[in-house]
Ligand binder design. Structure first.
Ligand SMILES: C[S@@+](CC[C@H](N)C(=O)[O-])C[C@H]1O[C@@H](n2cnc3c(N)ncnc32)[C@H](O)[C@@H]1O
Length: 241
């Protein structure tokens, strides 16, 4: 009964949101989304401050013997994580949406403890411009929900990481099937897909991480505080190549 109701509600939401999809199809929303994401980042970061601080606390252990640390962010967006990176770290930013550049630059100006190498407009599924084993750390936060092919992104992350390098993640994921969160995630998915510029809230991303072939995986399931119920279940952690 519940799955019938869930399917029915999902169809209704899908029908009601079709004008939004037209807007997305003509590319209007690609321009608007970075402004929205930039502003939402402030409240998300405030709520997740402790989690992010703990997550990125040990980044320096991936530094090279000469003290350098080269970090690449997949789907960097407006640069929400910059303030959590250690002093002197070199950052390579990548994102498929070029309209993030303006907001990225604003975050860069506010984080001059870092060195910025460049901003590469690229999908995480194809980071062909980045050499094999050329970075010490790869970061992905709130991105694996939006990519087309999670496994390809993880395989690119592993390719560009040096052996022993770290992959850091913080992602919202699907809830337990018996929960109301799961129900609302499925019913609201069509609307969320538009609002989040391709964001899928029903992914069991931890399964992709488990299958990605890292030598170690340190993953925790958490409930993000004070965020909408649809994105409350999160996974957070790091993997080692
Ligand atoms: C919700 S935003 C998160 C941005 C940032 N990582 C953060 O934590 O605030 C999702 C980001 O994923 C990017 N994205 C979407 N599809 C992608 C893909 N195939 N590869 C890499 N990034 C992608 C979007 O352009 C956007 O910047």
């Amino acid at each position: 009964m519940r799955s019938f109701l869930m399917g029915l509600c999902e169809v209704v939401v899908r029908v009601l949101t079709w004008p939004l999809y037209v807007m997305k199809a003509v590319g209007l929303y690609k321009r608007l989304f970075p402004l929205l994401a930039y502003n939402i980042t402030f409240s998300y970061n405030a709520k997740m401050h402790e989690e992010k601080r703990n997550l990125f606390r040990n980044l320096w252990k991936y530094a090279n013997t000469d003290g350098t640390l080269r970090l690449l962010e997949i789907g960097c967006g407006s640069g929400a994580n910059f303030k959590f990176y250690p002093d002197g770290c070199t950052v390579v930013c990548t994102d498929p949406n070029p309209h993030f550049k303006k907001y990225l630059q604003m975050s860069m100006h506010g984080s001059d403890h870092l060195t910025y190498e460049n901003f590469l407009v690229a999908q995480g599924e194809d980071l062909g411009h980045i050499g094999d084993e050329s970075v010490d750390v790869v970061v992905c936060t709130l991105v694996l929900c939006s990519v087309t092919d999670v496994q390809r992104v993880l395989s690119e992350a592993r390719r560009i990481l040096r052996t022993g390098g770290g992959f850091y993640f913080m992602e919202h994921v699907v809830s337990e099937p018996s929960s109301w969160t799961f129900f609302f995630q499925h019913v609201l998915q069509p609307l969320w897909y538009f609002l989040g510029d391709g964001c899928v809230i029903t992914r069991a991303t931890w399964e992709d991480l488990e299958a990605a072939g890292f030598s170690e995986l340190h993953l925790r399931h958490i409930e993000a505080p004070q965020v909408p119920i649809t994105i409350r279940p999160h996974i957070v952690g790091h993997a080692i190549k």
